[in-house]
Design a protein. Structure first.
Length: 413
């Protein structure tokens, strides 16, 4: 019996892409190859800052997944900013109604909003990753696929996938509390898609408060983690000049992800000058480095090296305000590492509570310094948190359960 075709739609894809949504896509896609003919529809862009189309093969196979790449339109930052300003009244109104606890009620009477829709689409069409060629491919070939699964709501691909193939679209929104979530165009995505697959309870609750009872069928599907065998630590430590004691960040090295963590960390070192703790950042750099002897950058590392670096970290941190899951948190917990996270992100805070404090959270500089000192100074606390985290991941992020959920959704849309 021949296998049916499914396609994921994501803005970037490849073995050397370390963005959360892109890695999320790759893990799901590769695990479905035994059940379906799996394709990924993506762009030729690697650097989201420049939006430059690179010379990728239009079609290649990566770990049994067929990858089709499409050119994007040139970015127009000035037009994007112009139309974002024009569209601002829509998301400001929707966010105001949300804060007044009235948006879900309003959505009952007006499930689809067209207010400033044209301006939003113009802004999306001017930004990075906008690929009419990809969208036309979906429009012309949708009947060849059992399901089409766009990941993340941040860019135009989720809107056009849902527009052209609503009955086949399973949206994985990777959504968080941000102005992006209040765009009028997303009301069509969340009401017309065949299914919405969330990562966490916090993400699902947020969507219900925004889109109300007319939201498409939905549930929490989530994603698991995969841990490669670690590289040799002595070799890795020497290669990247890593210290013996360090707090670790893994992900895009971008000011938008890091927030105030540089300042908080350096102020911690002033308050506790006897601490030997350094701050190591692993991932591609998209912002200028913060030059300081206690801050070390590795840039992109191989997967085996990443695992080794996590294993030998004293503390792992996620300072992001915007998460729909946090794969690095799950990886660190699976490796029995103590986590420190930004408590102003509801998803990260939810992990802290559900894991019985396998992660600690901070909400400002003082609480950051206090919590970091607790972790830095107590081996017993770190070990206790590590055991809790390990149990939490094993109990809640089992691949068999997750993939059975996703396959059930695919078969029943």
């Amino acid at each position: 019996m021949s296998k049916e075709n499914i396609a994921f739609v994501v803005v970037r894809y490849g073995l050397n892409i370390n963005g959360g949504a892109e890695y999320h896509c790759r893990m799901l896609a590769e695990r479905l190859t035994n059940d379906y003919n799996v394709e990924v529809l993506t762009t030729c862009v690697d650097n989201y800052r420049t939006g430059e189309n690179l010379e990728f093969k239009e079609k290649e196979i990566i770990n049994k997944v067929i990858v089709r790449r499409f050119k994007t339109n040139p970015t127009h930052p000035e037009l994007e900013n112009f139309y974002k300003k024009k569209a601002k009244p829509a998301y400001k109104l929707r966010r105001f109604l949300y804060k007044c606890h009235f948006l879900a009620i309003a959505s009952y009477f007006f499930p689809i909003w067209h207010f400033k829709e044209k301006e939003e689409l113009e802004a999306l069409g001017s930004q990075v990753f906008h690929s009419p060629a990809l969208f036309n491919f979906i429009k012309e070939n949708k009947d060849n696929y059992k399901a089409i699964i766009p990941i993340t709501i941040d860019y135009s691909h989720v809107y056009y996938t849902t527009l052209y193939a609503p009955e086949k679209t399973i949206v994985i929104p990777t959504m968080h509390y941000h102005k992006t979530a209040f765009r009028s165009t997303l009301t069509q995505v969340f009401t017309k898609a065949a299914y919405i697959a969330f990562n966490t309870t916090a993400e699902q609750k947020l969507a219900r408060k925004i889109f109300g009872m007319h939201m498409a069928p939905h549930s929490i599907v989530s994603v698991g983690i995969e841990l490669s065998a670690p590289s040799d630590w002595a070799v890795t430590q020497e290669k990247y000049n890593l210290p013996d004691e360090y707090m670790l960040y893994v992900g895009r090295v971008d000011q938008g992800k890091l927030n105030n963590v540089y300042t908080y960390f350096l102020n911690y070192k002033k308050v506790y000058p006897n601490s030997d703790l350094k701050f190591v950042l692993v991932g591609k750099q998209y912002s200028d480095p913060f030059n300081h002897p206690d801050i070390i950058y590795t840039n992109f590392v191989e997967e085996q090296e990443k695992i080794s670096i996590i294993q030998h970290a004293k503390i792992v941190i996620n300072p992001s305000l915007y998460e729909s899951l946090s794969l690095i948190l799950l990886e660190a917990m699976a490796l029995k590492k103590a986590m420190l996270v930004n408590g102003n992100c509801n998803v990260l805070k939810e992990h802290c509570h559900k894991s019985n404090n396998a992660a600690l959270y901070y909400t400002n500089e003082k609480s950051f310094i206090d919590k970091l000192h607790m972790l830095d100074s107590s081996t017993n606390l770190r070990l206790e948190m590590g055991e809790k985290g390990y149990s939490y991941v094993n109990s809640n992020y089992d691949w068999n359960i997750i993939m059975n959920k996703l396959k059930h959704v695919i078969e029943n849309i």
